[in-house]
Design a protein around this ligand. Structure first.
Ligand SMILES: [Zn+2]
Length: 265
């Protein structure tokens, strides 16, 4: 794990890249900040988390780090120990962590549950949606303070790396570490409802777009040509044919829209 601090004092802010080693977008954003060393009004911890997995261009070495929190110093897996170490490093820091997906090109944010802080922060990020994981937060990044994860775009794409850079700067501006103003936008909020299981098969297809409502009775995916039909209407989130081994993604419901005008009050 690489940790570099911008500014002086005890950081209450952290930017984290490479929770997953095969998602390089955030690493480029963090490395750029380390090189540029901008003067900050609040100290910030910059973290490249799973360097071992990053070096091998794999998601993880032993287990998914984002399912391994809180971890343990004597855990049997590399990620189990790293989760503990990273958790200690992030203790009390409002944490911004970058990911990329195989499911959706437009950036969106993920929180376990909206708080006053994230309710104010997220509409200032260049994202098109906000997802609450609710009961599906198990094992995800934990800092003892609010954590916002952002999906920057498609894994390995230049667009995702550029988005990571823009998102990081917007985060640091919104929290007052970098000077300037952010743009507030209307932000729809979705809450995960259920996993969409994926049967063992050779080929998978997905017929719908993430965050676009699927109506009851519509076929939204297939395994070896066998169609899966919606038993009730839902919004697909993190849905992709090959992104995860055992699930297509998640069903979600739309909770509310955080509006630019109300949050600006
Ligand atoms: Zn990830």
């Amino acid at each position: 794990m690489r940790v570099v601090q911008l500014g002086t004092g005890t950081p209450e802010l952290a930017v984290v890249a490479a929770i997953h080693g095969d998602e390089p977008c955030g690493v480029r954003a963090v490395e750029r900040l380390i090189e540029e060393e901008p003067s900050v009004k609040r100290p910030v911890k910059l973290v490249v988390a799973n360097e071992e997995a990053l070096e091998r261009s794999v998601r993880y070495v032993d287990e998914d780090l984002n399912r391994a929190f809180p971890g343990h110093p004597e855990a049997e897996t590399h990620e189990g120990r790293l989760a503990h170490e990273l958790g200690a490093e992030l203790e009390g820091c409002l944490t911004f962590s970058m990911h990329s997906t195989q499911s959706h090109a437009d950036p969106f944010a993920i929180v376990d549950e909206l708080s006053e802080t994230t309710r104010d922060l997220c509409p200032q990020l260049p994202v098109t949606a906000l997802v609450e994981t609710g009961p599906f937060a198990g094992g995800r990044l934990f800092s003892g303070a609010d954590a916002v994860e952002v999906e920057c775009g498609l894994q390995g794409s230049d667009a995702a790396a550029e988005n990571a850079d823009r998102l990081t700067r917007a985060f640091l501006t919104a929290v007052g570490a970098l000077p300037g103003d952010t743009v507030r936008r209307d932000l729809p909020v979705y809450q995960l409802v259920d996993r969409i299981d994926k049967a063992a098969a050779d080929t998978y297809e997905v017929f719908v777009d993430n965050f676009e409502r699927v109506e009851e009775g519509a076929a939204f995916a297939a395994a070896d040509g066998e169609k899966q039909v919606a038993s009730e209407g839902f919004y697909p989130v993190l849905l992709s044919p090959y992104g995860y081994r055992n699930v297509f993604g998640y069903t979600a419901r739309k909770l509310e829209t955080l509006t630019a005008s109300t949050v600006a009050e």
